[in-house]
Design a protein around this ligand. Sequence first.
Ligand code: PMV
Length: 322
Amino acid sequence: MPGPPVTAIAHSNIALVKYWGKRPGEDNVPATPSLSITLEALTTRTTVREARADVVRVNGEPVGDTKVAGWLAKMRAAWDLPPLAVSSHNDFPTSAGLASSASGFAALVTAADAAFGLGLDATARSVWARRGSASAARSVFGGFVTLDAEAAWAAAPLLAEDAWPLEVVVAITSDNAKAVPSTVGMERSARTSPFHDGWIRSAAEDYASARQAVKRRDFDLLAEVAEHSCLKMHALMLSTRPPLWYWNEATLAALAVVRELRASGVPVFFTVDAGPQVKAVCAPGHSEPVGAALGRVRGIRRVLRSGLGGGARCVAEPASPS
Ligand code: PMV
């Protein structure tokens, strides 16, 4: 007798100290530590139920997602799981490169754990989420989250979302962000960029500064280290052969506006992942004028505003049918 379907939600996250590069092996173990914030407004809702054969749907459409298939194969090496129907809905534009795999794997492992009584605590769910996508390890937790070797590459909560309620403006500069996939890009950077050794060597210091900044709620220090980590990752990407060129004109225009705002005294800093969208991180209460200013930038299609969100969790109501 199959059990009832189980639904979990998880939010996307953005790294303030970036992860770009893996250790050898199959388990998505990062080469460097990272620190992120979980975004309340970008949510994935995933329902898991027993089925006759594995089927994965994202926003109602069946997908032949090899990342999910590979992840399910790893799960089955540890547990005797039946064939699964997985139905995942994002309330944000999936094509816009807003890290749906992070929230997706965090929600999936949370739903699967509850559906099949795997007995995983949040740390174990984080390890399993990481095996799908390393950034997903961080979406298991809310607020400010770390991912490092000391915790055996399970993510861990650093500060709760309501303890320092930063706000984020996401500036969408392109809806068809067809980027080089992160795994391919990371491998290429490690192989070809002359900056790669420096990236690896300098990561621990950025990570330590960012942790201090969060613990002390020191916005200026966090701004400085987060922008540095972001720009250093993009310097690594641009020095890769062939280059990983994720920015467009509107990305640069948005970065210029964020820099001008901060120079004029607005507490805001930028970060950009492996795509063209700009995330402007604001001190509590400052996202409205930042959103308005970014909304006026030529080439920016729209802006989303978000607070910090909680960790992955099961919810009572079922996902909308697909
Ligand atoms: O976990 P992945 O494969 O989605 O890679 C994430 C890479 C960045 O978003 C660029 C940085 C990060 O730490 O999230």
